[in-house]
Design a binder for this molecule. Structure first.
Ligand SMILES: [Zn+2]
Length: 479
């Protein structure tokens, strides 16, 4: 009987506790909920265009072997944050392009190749950055591609063709991003100006200045910009590969990120959303240029490091997202043959740290090397190029022949024959091989740290990723 009464008391207490929980909510559940509904005030969206996990991993191995340094993305963002994997396919293709992929990220829907900010189902939703702007946040676009290139453009514009640059730029002028930094001056100059690629006499730089922008075109001018809206155009089209960059005049992605943080944060109480891209990782991968790719990924990682420092100051209000739109090149170190004489053991060669050091010894991009040889390369010029820039590398006779005859050596696209042969030469000498010169359908990682980061865990579609990003900003709107 005593036991019975004791049992009833316990049941009563449990019921009472549950009822209280139901009415007032448990402290732990409330904490969980506040974590999942947290609204980031400062959002960094880092995009390494065309970078797969192998691009990151090779740069991590390179940083450790050559510079004795860690890499921020795996060693800080992934370790302290959340990791997800993203399916990248477009609405009409298994392997995507930057336009469809960035539209998925920015608008939260599947899009067709080449389309910006318009969904395959015909809808044209607001982008995450447009919502941020409506929320009163400052917004910024930073890239070493032209500022109107597909990835940044998808965050602000809605056009059926990614090459409709004037429509994209008119939209920029209308939305007025607080920071717009990158290349692409040729589309800002009036037709009669030297170097212009516009078909009209509109001077877009003047149009931005009229709207109150400070216009800068060098690293020093950018460093001096302390506040206000800034338009920075540092090259006529794409900015230089990190490996070729004139470090006195042209800012790197790291330099532009530093300026963007300063400009977006100075005297701002409403937070910001900044998109920061390294396009050259993709361009170098299209050109099977491992040395350029590593240098650019490394500079991209240093830029992520700046956001990480910012996060350390404002951990509860900052969200850092690091991802890619797709993988380019099907890259990886592999076991290969020294030459075609035999498949046997002694002729097989595995990749080692020495290969990373060999890659590090290359001082120029393949694009620049191809430029040095010009449109009619001679055997002597090729020998000189090898002696000067590829010390310790051997060029197989068939590749040399292909360069002289300007004949492609594979069915891959995008690449000029000289670059194609030199890319294969580096692969033969270092075991860093490329499957293709185009995009692949490999899923890409997302490393997310800070406020709302747990939303991006696990396997997800790129459009769902975009929906989650927008939902974080829409929550802010409903407050
Ligand atoms: Zn690409």
């Amino acid at each position: 009987m005593k036991t019975h009464r004791w049992f009833l008391t316990v049941v009563f207490l449990m019921l009472a506790f549950s009822l209280t929980q139901w009415i007032f909510g448990s402290p732990r559940a409330a904490q969980r909920q506040s974590n999942s509904t947290v609204t980031p005030k400062y959002i960094f969206f880092f995009l390494a265009d065309g970078a797969g996990t192998a691009h990151m991993e090779i740069t991590r191995q390179y940083n450790r072997a050559v510079h004795n340094e860690s890499l921020v993305i795996p060693d800080k963002i992934m370790k302290e944050g959340n990791l997800g994997l993203i399916a990248t396919d477009a609405a009409d293709s298994l392997s995507t392009d930057s336009a469809a992929a960035a539209t998925a990220f920015a608008s939260g829907c599947k899009a067709k190749l080449g389309v910006l900010g318009m969904c395959a189902d015909g809808s044209v939703p607001k982008t995450a950055m447009e919502i941020a702007k409506e929320n009163g946040m400052r917004v910024g676009l930073v890239t070493n591609a032209p500022v109107y290139d597909a990835s940044p453009a998808a965050f602000i514009s809605h056009v059926p063709n990614r090459r409709n640059f004037s429509a994209i730029l008119n939209r920029y002028l209308e939305l007025e991003p607080d920071v717009l930094l990158g290349g692409g001056k040729e589309q800002f100059l009036a037709k009669s100006e030297p170097g212009s690629r516009r078909s009209d006499e509109i001077d877009l730089i003047a149009a931005f200045v009229k709207k109150g922008y400070l216009y800068v075109s060098t690293k020093q001018e950018l460093e001096r910009a302390q506040r206000g809206k800034v338009l920075g155009l540092f090259s006529s089209a794409d900015m230089s590969f990190e490996i070729d960059r004139n470090k006195q005049i042209e800012p790197s992605v790291y330099d532009m990120t530093q300026a963007a943080i300063r400009l977006l944060h100075n005297g701002n109480f409403n937070g910001f959303f900044v998109f920061i891209e390294n396009e050259n990782v993709d361009t170098a991968s299209h050109q099977t240029d491992i040395a350029s790719m590593i240098r650019d990924y490394r500079e991209f990682d240093r830029a992520v490091g700046l956001a990480y420092e910012f996060y350390k100051k404002y951990p509860r209000e900052t969200l850092i997202l690091v991802t890619s739109d797709h993988e380019t090149g099907g890259l990886g170190f592999t076991l290969a043959l020294k030459n075609l004489s035999s498949e046997r053991g002694p002729n097989q060669v595995a990749a080692t740290i020495d290969d990373l050091k060999k890659i590090d010894s290359i001082p120029i991009s393949l694009k620049k090397a191809s430029g040095i040889l010009g449109p009619t390369p001679t055997g002597e010029a090729i020998d000189n190029l090898m002696k000067e820039y590829f010390k310790g590398f051997t060029l197989a006779p068939d590749y040399k022949e292909a360069i002289i005859k300007r004949q492609p050596i594979s069915r891959t696209i995008f690449v000029d024959p000289t670059i194609n042969a030199l890319g294969m030469m580096i692969a033969n000498n270092t075991q860093a091989y490329w499957l293709t010169t185009a995009h692949t359908n490999q899923p890409v990682f997302v490393a997310a740290l800070g406020a709302g980061a747990e939303q991006f865990r696990g396997y997800q579609d790129n459009a769902d990723f975009g929906k989650k990003l927008k939902a974080l900003l829409e929550k802010k709107q409903s407050h």
